[in-house]
Design a protein around this ligand. Structure first.
Ligand SMILES: [Zn+2]
Ligand SMILES: [Zn+2]
Length: 216
């Protein structure tokens, strides 16, 4: 097993988590959702003497891709995202005044994520799970060997993602959540906002998972 460290930085006006995955002993990292505050993220990486091997995007919302172009300028690396979110992520639809008046600056998406893909990067193998409902192209990244899940804005500690934003759908979100619940209890979840949690915790305590009537 290739152990990893995960560092979570809170960025952007919406306090999004930018997760930095570092394989043990490695000086290259994977950056999940550089949502804002590029300088904060860049400084954290530089202070440790690391470089970026890959950018992973759970979805296209401004608070998750806002610093992508600035980061990719400084740390050139492949960028992976689902096409259904890449379509609108860098256009005027992806604004929310007064917090985000301009759309995120575009970066070149070099990898089109699709359900069931298995990738190996920096010696780490992970699966792409399409988990739409919060946005059409929302994905979760599942590192089975390390028992880690990066769930974006689909599943949070004690809560779930909104399904009332453009492209959202509560029934579809409910299906995505049920799919995540099939993962092993021991899976540690790093969500797009808030504290980390586990499948076991959410199965036991998340009120939105116990009663899915909100989806009807
Ligand atoms: Zn979102
Ligand atoms: Zn978010």
């Amino acid at each position: 097993m290739n152990p990893v460290e995960v560092f979570s930085l809170e960025v952007s006006a919406f306090a999004s988590n930018c997760h930095i995955i570092r394989p043990a002993q490695s000086d290259r990292v994977i950056v999940v959702d550089p949502g804002g505050d590029a300088e904060t993220i860049a400084e954290f990486i530089r202070l440790h003497g690391w470089s970026v091997g890959l950018f992973l995007l759970t979805h296209g919302h401004m608070d998750h891709v806002g610093a992508l172009a600035d980061m990719a300028d400084q740390f050139p690396a492949p960028i992976a995202m689902h096409r259904l979110d890449a379509e609108w992520a860098f256009g005027m639809k992806n604004t929310m005044p007064p917090y985000f008046n301009e759309p995120p600056r575009a970066a070149v998406i070099s990898r089109d994520l699709q359900d069931g893909q298995t990738w190996t990067d920096l010696g780490l193998t992970y699966e792409v799970l399409e988990t739409p409902g919060h946005s059409p192209g929302s994905v979760s990244f599942y590192f089975q060997e390390q028992a880690l899940l990066f769930s974006g804005d689909v599943l949070f500690a004690g809560s779930i993602g909104r399904s009332d934003l453009p492209g959202g759908n509560p029934r579809v979100l409910a299906q995505s959540l049920q799919r995540l619940l099939t993962l092993p209890n021991t899976t540690c979840i790093f969500p797009g906002h808030g504290a980390k949690t586990s499948i076991e915790n959410e199965r036991a305590h998340n009120p939105f998972l116990r009663d899915l009537s909100w989806a009807d």
